[in-house]
Design a protein around this ligand. Structure first.
Ligand SMILES: *Cc1c(COP(=O)(O)O)cnc(C)c1O
Length: 451
């Protein structure tokens, strides 16, 4: 009875019924009207995959302004990993909103930032001493990771991989593999970025050891290990198309980094935070990164990102050298603490495994019927299919566009990916039931039949 403010809030109860429901054409009339307004004031550079305007969401369902309900297989690109408007996250964020929304951690700090850093230290691979910096976005985490690695090593070179995606800021544009749409016309770009071949088993057929040899040989020739501050990898590549590297690839890269004083950074912004059935994809792939970058899923839909690394590396940045006005915002940090608590209390890592099994079984079955599915890959709730001309590895992007559109029109949000736009990716929230998931996959199967 001491917290009078809290006692005035009724507990949050979502009114969203967890079912698919299509009641208008997609997009519906209200969405079309909003889209007109948007086109007058928002530039086309900020495009939307599907101009359906969302009013509310809960669990694995999003509801648009026309009352259509979609089964969400994208979770805002792997952000609402524990479900839209998760009750505990909403409660924690609401309480924090009423207590304090901003002080600026670098002026006067607060506990939730520290708690998130403790949780990240506890739940990232390796039992070495760790430190965490909180920032606002994935790209900002990448920027800070690079900054710290450079300061620590006194070197400039940054190694990245083919098919990588790291963000839309100036430095991260230079680190992305794909120029269009991310960087075309937006130069000049940051220098000292070196790109090496990655492991892409469906296309290169190489063992992890051979793919790593190729990556390392390329970097040794084009820059030289002694000039590299860091190698940054997505353990499972996200925008590139959910490529799981061949076994042994990442450990070989890590070993080479360690031997040469190069900071080994895992960009787990998409693959991390319970997406794959473990907290981090690195754990499946047998690496203990020197630094882990997190963002997307860590705060249940609120903006937050983290750079978590070995203490001796992180401590090399001078006081005042790291931070930013909104970094580690109290509301986002409170939400992140609730996300960790939910994962632990509700055994959500096991949900990732369940979803992975359901997805993979259904998609392998579809592959038997539709040879346009060249590859089914992924771990946990991070699975993709790559569409090709049957019997080849030549990309079939047109079918991907057709299927995503077919799914949307039938109440399923399905995201595309891939350097060649020929990948459909599944990253549903861990809250999705097998029943809803199978219903969505049924819609996809109808889409394949209609191809
Ligand atoms: C989304 C993403 C980023 C960029 O994160 P933003 O929050 O959009 O800046 C970086 N790396 C990976 C692997 C991502 O998936």
């Amino acid at each position: 009875m001491t917290d009078l403010l809290a006692s005035t809030t009724a507990p949050f109860v979502s009114t969203v019924v967890e079912e698919r429901r299509v009641v208008t054409a997609i997009p519906g009339p209200k969405s079309l009207e909003l889209h007109e307004r948007r086109l007058a004031v928002v530039p086309p550079g900020v495009s939307s995959m599907l101009p359906v305007y969302i009013e509310k969401a809960h669990g694995a369902i999003v509801v648009d302004v026309d009352g259509n309900q979609f089964i969400d297989l994208g979770a805002g690109i792997g952000v609402t990993t524990i479900g839209h408007t998760n009750d505990a996250v909403v409660a924690a964020a609401t309480e924090q909103l009423r207590n304090v929304t901003h002080t600026l951690f670098t002026i006067t700090p607060y506990e939730s930032y520290v708690r998130v850093a403790e949780l990240l230290a506890e739940h990232t691979p390796g039992d070495h001493a760790k430190r965490t910096v909180l920032v606002n976005s994935g790209a900002e985490a990448v920027e800070n990771g690079v900054k710290i690695a450079r300061k620590h090593t006194g070197r400039n070179g940054v190694a990245v991989l083919e098919h990588a995606y790291h963000g839309r800021t100036n430095l991260t544009m230079a680190m992305n593999f794909k120029a269009s749409p991310y960087s075309t016309g937006f130069g000049p770009f940051a220098g000292d970025i070196y790109r090496a071949p990655s492991s892409y088993p469906f296309h290169d057929g190489l063992s992890g050891a051979d793919a790593a040899k190729k990556t390392i040989a390329h970097l040794e020739k084009t820059v030289g290990a002694s000039d590299l501050a860091c190698l940054i990898v997505e353990p499972i590549q996200g925008e590139g198309g959910f490529m799981v590297p061949a076994a042994g690839y990442l450990p070989a890269l890590q070993q080479w980094c360690t031997e040469n004083g190069i900071v080994f950074i895992a960009d787990e912004i998409q693959s991390g935070m319970a997406r794959t059935g473990k907290y981090w994809a690195s754990e499946h792939l047998d690496v203990v990164p020197d630094m882990i970058l997190s963002a997307k899923g860590i705060a249940g839909g609120l903006p937050l990102a983290g750079v978590t690394g070995r203490a001796e590396i992180m401590d090399s940045a001078q006081p005042g050298g790291l931070g930013g006005t909104f970094g580690g915002n109290p509301v986002s940090a409170a939400a992140a603490v609730a996300v960790f608590e939910q994962i632990e209390a509700n055994g959500l890592l096991a949900e990732g495994e369940r979803i992975g099994k359901t997805l993979t079984t259904a998609l392998l079955d579809l592959q038997k019927r539709y040879p346009v599915i060249g590859d089914v890959r992924g771990i946990g709730a991070m699975v993709a299919i790559e569409l090709v001309r049957p019997g080849t590895t030549e990309p079939d992007a047109a079918s991907v566009t057709f299927l995503a559109d077919y799914a949307a029109k039938n109440g399923v949000l399905l995201l595309t990916a891939g350097t060649y736009g020929n990948v459909l990716r599944f990253l549903p929230s861990l809250a999705i039931s097998d029943e809803l998931l199978l219903e969505a996959l049924g819609v996809l199967a109808d889409g394949f039949a209609a191809l």
